[in-house]
Design a protein around this ligand. Structure first.
Ligand SMILES: Cc1ncc(COP(=O)(O)O)c(C=O)c1O
Length: 389
């Protein structure tokens, strides 16, 4: 049984979440609850693999082992009941980079890329930095279900002329698991408009029991023939610093073109730890993952109880996947800059500003609950003090 209550001191590790946050904002007492890595110890089946590689005493060039393919294929078969083969898979050195590579490979500067916002901000930042025009299709917050719905009518209009759609599946920052019907409809609209879908599934292994993640290529023929699916063990097994991700492309022509683009610059090669750590997660990680997800769920329950009893003007979205909770703070009635100031300056708790993910995030803050319970309690208590004075 892992100890998710353990407090780890990450200061001095050049961690973006801790060190960069505190040095940038100039306050050593800030409690960071933002960037999407977890404050849980990376599981030993990952670190053991790194130790094993180190034990050879040489940090040399490393080939992609067959084990890497086998582990990913077996994981998709057991977890998502779907088949993939080696010829549909390629390594990519990070998913955000993968998005940029798809845009560089399949589109031209000035071409349009569509996102469903609010959404993980690098989707539009990377697209803009690569000279692509971003079209924002606003998700609709279903107040009753406490989750986002897709406005398919506006999507059908706005997607016209777009070359690529970038989908967060499951959704960050909302924590929603898209249904098979929603994904199939997206696939149909995209295919009918000649718009290639990138389905970023980095959070898929963080789907809570009771919800079903559908790899995009499984939802329909159109989805399989017109998509690039990105996956990685980095979020679920807390190892994003290793940089280990992959693409699954069912359409052989799209695969060939993408693979040729990647290999021309050796973007399809990872560092020596990238392959075996990934394989180890998928070979040995099921039990740890189930325990971790149960802990995150209990953190979510704790959060909801705390808000209900002590801060009833703040609400959560329904957490179906991820360890990121989009906090609905609209009832506080604050301007966005004052809301951010309340959390960061007054409470000393660093969350992501909701508008970072698009204008639809106004009145929201994104909270990372992938942390020990005592840390979550500390953050919420600081917030309560700041609000109640
Ligand atoms: C939806 C989504 N995609 C991609 C990433 C980052 O992936 P990578 O570090 O592989 O670029 C994140 C990190 O938070 C994310 O939430």
């Amino acid at each position: 049984m892992s100890n998710f209550d353990e407090i780890l001191d990450r200061t001095g590790s050049s961690s973006v979440k801790w060190d960069l946050c505190r040095s940038t904002l100039g306050d050593e007492n800030l409690l960071p609850m933002w960037v999407a890595d977890m404050d849980f110890r990376t599981p030993s089946f990952v670190t053991d693999e790194i130790q094993r590689m180190m034990s050879f005493g040489v940090l040399g060039y490393t080939a992609i082992p067959q084990r890497w393919y086998d582990a990913i294929i077996a994981w998709y078969a057991s977890r998502f009941s779907c088949g993939i083969v080696k010829e549909e898979m390629t390594f990519i050195p990070g998913i955000v980079r993968g998005i940029a590579f798809v845009e560089q490979c399949f589109t031209q500067p000035g071409d349009k890329v569509i996102v469903l916002s609010p959404v993980y901000h690098p989707f539009f930042l990377v697209s803009r930095k690569n000279g692509r025009e971003v079209v924002y299709n606003s998700l609709i917050l279903n107040e009753e279900a406490r989750q986002y719905d897709i406005d398919f009518d506006t999507l059908s209009e706005q997607i016209k002329g777009c070359k690529v759609m970038i989908l967060s599946n499951p959704h960050n920052p909302g924590g929603k698991v898209w249904t098979k019907e929603e994904l199939a409809r997206i696939a149909e609209i995209a295919a009918d408009n000649g718009c290639l879908v990138i389905s970023d599934e980095i959070h898929c292994d963080l789907t809570q029991p009771g919800y079903v993640h559908h790899p995009f290529f499984t939802v329909s023929e159109k989805a399989a023939s017109n998509s690039i699916v990105f996956g990685a063990p980095s979020k679920a097994f807390n190892m994003p610093g290793v940089v280990s991700s992959y693409a699954i492309v069912k359409n052989p022509e799209i695969f060939k073109r993408f693979e040729a683009f990647l290999s021309a610059s050796e973007f399809d090669r990872g560092n020596m730890f990238a392959y075996d750590t990934c394989a180890a997660c998928y070979e040995k990680g099921s039990e740890w993952l189930a325990e971790m997800l149960a802990y995150v769920k209990s953190n979510y329950d704790f959060l909801q109880e705390f808000l209900r009893d002590r801060l009833p003007m703040i609400h959560t979205l329904d957490l179906q996947a991820t360890y990121l909770v989009f906090l609905d703070c609209r009832e506080l009635g604050l301007e966005q800059k004052d809301l951010v100031d309340l959390f960061v300056r007054k409470a000393g708790v660093v969350l992501n500003d909701g508008t970072m993910f698009g204008p639809e995030g106004k009145g929201f803050m994104r909270l990372n609950i992938g942390c020990p319970r005592s840390m979550l309690e500390e953050g919420l208590t600081r917030l309560e003090k700041a609000i109640k004075g």
